[in-house]
Design a protein. Structure first.
Length: 227
């Protein structure tokens, strides 16, 4: 969504709103399949990028007593996948909470949007599967053997099932949250966008860790040499 407003007009003091929405999800897969650079490539966009943008523009937002809106994810509440995506979204949640509490006396609102799964390039199956094959192909024979020959195919089938079942095509559920966070007199601290966020992921985030572990274990395929 493109929001057009005269935020740099001569009579407008500073910058009213900053929305940090840019991000990347790949590579995403079992943590053992990742190299350090796989984590770093995601973190530098989703985490460092959000911090840099916010700190660079914050003097203008502070001058306007405006809004900082950071788009995190339900995967910033429940770490369901390996790779840098969940890590980065947990970091966005933490950074937003720290910033909000640090500047609460200056009249600046910091809002967090936690979308569920939506049909975007982030959830497109083709690049997800391509990256999973790349990660698998870079593994040592010993690691491949521990997972088994069928593990990759089973993992991809589960990804397809999840994306085809719960991805929502109505992006207005997210953009409406952005609009409210920017324009409401009393914006919320957190916004949950999507039926799966409200009914699945957010409730799951309040469960004991052992319950979440069991739930995810039932969904994911079992490695050949698991205990």
């Amino acid at each position: 969504m493109e929001i057009k407003c005269d935020i740099f007009a001569p009579n407008f003091p500073g910058l009213w709103g900053l929305v940090n929405n840019a991000g990347r999800s790949l590579p995403m897969g079992p943590s053992e399949w990742m190299k350090i650079e796989d984590f770093e490539n995601t973190l530098k966009v989703n985490m460092t990028g959000v911090i840099e943008m916010t700190m660079n523009f914050f003097p203008l937002v502070k001058k306007a007593r405006g809004r900082v809106v950071n788009v995190a994810s339900v995967l910033g509440r429940v770490a369901a996948n390996g790779g840098g995506y969940c890590i980065s979204k947990f970091a966005v949640e933490s950074f937003s909470d720290c910033l909000r509490r640090d500047i609460q006396n200056f009249g600046v609102n910091v809002c967090i949007i936690e979308p569920g799964f939506f049909k975007t390039q982030v959830t497109s199956l083709e690049p997800i599967e391509r990256e999973l094959h790349r990660l698998w192909n870079q593994l040592t024979p010993e690691v491949k053997e521990s997972y088994g020959d069928k593990y990759l195919d089973q993992y991809i089938k589960i990804q397809r099932l999840i994306m085809n079942t719960i991805c929502d095509s109505d992006l207005s559920k997210v953009t409406n949250c952005m609009e409210h966070a920017l324009l409401a007199v009393h914006p919320r601290t957190r916004y949950s966008a999507g039926w799966d966020a409200k009914l699945l992921w957010i409730p799951l985030s309040y469960m004991p860790a052992c319950i979440v572990d069991i739930a995810l274990k039932l969904v994911l395929p079992k490695p050949a040499k698991s205990v």
